[in-house]
Design a binder for this molecule. Structure first.
Ligand SMILES: C[S@@+](CC[C@H](N)C(=O)[O-])C[C@H]1O[C@@H](n2cnc3c(N)ncnc32)[C@H](O)[C@@H]1O
Length: 216
């Protein structure tokens, strides 16, 4: 599927499933590459990689290109139409086909993933700013539960989005955004190992990379 068709599908999903889709366009190539940064880093042995909310698979292609022999990639996606597209691309897209044996597509919410798997690198495309404070809190705990010790979580948010939404919102919505901001600040404090501004994306985005302790 070409970029224009992907954008069309994304826009349709944005209109019908606004809360979970969370963006009007799939991430651009630079943002996708930044999200895959730690998959491309050298490692001692084979790794388990998780991508949450792959959508139309733009970051997935960058992640797949950075996989090394023995690595395995799980994709967790809640939207059935994106799941269908991802499965199709695994069989047809030259960027994914060579790695298809090592990639699993799971049609699920991250909240419903069994907690027995552990990952070395996790990449999230989740639109956290669309969720309730409790949902974000639960999701951040799940990332830690799924993390091997010293796992890296990479995720993005659009630059200034919480401030912009807050300025236009009523009191309850401002409270919700403030709560999410606090949770993210707590996550980043002392754990953020790299932050990248991706200005050439619509809209521009911060990519945060954090090192997680992992569940004991
Ligand atoms: C902002 S889009 C990002 C898509 C893609 N990663 C990109 O950068 O273009 C958010 C994606 O997360 C998925 N999603 C939302 N909530 C989810 C959840 N609880 N578990 C798994 N996937 C979820 C949506 O269906 C959508 O594909």
């Amino acid at each position: 599927m070409g970029r224009i068709q992907e954008c069309r599908l994304f826009w349709r999903e944005f209109r019908t499933s606004f809360r979970t889709t969370g963006a009007i366009l799939p991430s651009g190539r630079r943002l996708s590459r930044a999200l895959a940064h730690y998959v491309a880093e050298p490692a001692d042995g084979p790794r388990r990689v998780l991508e949450v909310g792959p959508g139309t698979g733009v970051a997935t292609k960058q992640i797949a290109a950075a996989l090394r022999p023995g690595d395995r990639l799980d994709l967790v996606e809640v939207n059935e139409r994106f799941v269908r597209l991802l499965k199709e691309q695994l069989q047809t897209d030259p960027a994914l086909l060579p790695q298809a044996e090592r990639i699993r597509v799971l049609h699920a919410r991250i909240e419903d993933l069994p907690r027995e798997e552990r990952y070395d690198v996790m990449v999230s495309g989740l639109p956290l700013n669309n969720f309730s404070v409790d949902e974000v809190d639960a999701i951040l705990r799940i990332f830690n539960e799924l993390a091997r010790p010293d796992a890296v979580l990479s995720f993005f948010e659009y630059i200034g989005i919480r401030r912009l939404k807050g300025a236009l919102a009523g009191r309850a919505e401002r409270e919700r955004l403030r709560g999410i901001g606090q949770l993210l600040e707590t996550l980043l404090a002392g754990r953020e190992i790299r932050r990248q501004a991706v200005w050439r994306n619509i809209p521009p985005a911060w990519v945060h990379h954090v090192k997680l302790e992992g569940a004991t």
